[in-house]
Design a protein around this ligand. Structure first.
Ligand SMILES: *[C@@H]1O[C@H](CO)[C@@H](O)[C@H](O)[C@H]1NC(C)=O
Ligand SMILES: [Cu+2]
Length: 169
């Protein structure tokens, strides 16, 4: 029994770094997805990782969200073939690393209102720029640390208890 429990917690500890690190970003925070907001400044310094989520919040009908390429971002061109997200609470899971661009396709919101967002998503295990290789080891340590601590505490707890006392059979 004790060994089965330990195995369970070891698996949990190995899986937990991903669960610990996945973050939700409400685009624009309290302002949400709107015109006249500086999304460049908002995105600056934020650490977007694979598995994190972007949440675009706005009154339904007032705005929408198109994923575009760099050209579409610069020139505020919405793609003809892509469906816009229009729910007012659009959740985008950042599934792959790389540069991502989003614009609002309503009227001149992108071109005049500056309603456009550019982010760079880094892979789950790599440290962000400027020196991804040099600091990647530290990044992994930081991510594993909470899981490692949990594991150590569990092992200590089990080793200080007589296994007959916690057996359920
Ligand atoms: C960017 O997107 C536009 C519209 O969807 C498309 O016409 C264009 O070829 C794309 N540019 C690149 C470099 O992929
Ligand atoms: Cu808009």
């Amino acid at each position: 029994m004790a060994y089965n429990m330990l195995g369970f917690f070891i698996i949990l500890a190995v899986l937990s770094p991903a669960m610990v690190s996945a973050k939700d970003f409400v685009v624009g925070d309290d302002k949400g997805w709107t015109t006249g907001f500086d999304y460049k400044t908002w995105a600056k310094g934020k650490d977007f990782r694979v598995g994190d989520r972007l949440i675009f919040q706005y009154p339904v009908g007032a705005h929408n969200v198109f994923k575009v390429n760099g050209t579409g971002f610069e020139s505020c061109i919405k793609p003809a073939l892509t469906e816009a997200l229009t729910s007012g609470n659009d959740v985008i899971v950042l599934a792959t690393p790389g540069r991502k661009w989003y614009i609002c396709g309503v009227g001149p919101h992108c071109a005049v209102g500056g309603q456009k967002l550019f982010i760079t998503v880094t892979s789950e295990w790599m440290a962000p720029s400027p020196s991804p290789l040099a600091s990647s080891a530290n990044g992994i340590t930081a991510k594993f640390f909470p899981a490692a601590m949990i594991l150590v505490l569990i092992v200590l707890a089990f080793s200080s208890v007589d296994s007959d006392n916690i057996s359920l059979s």
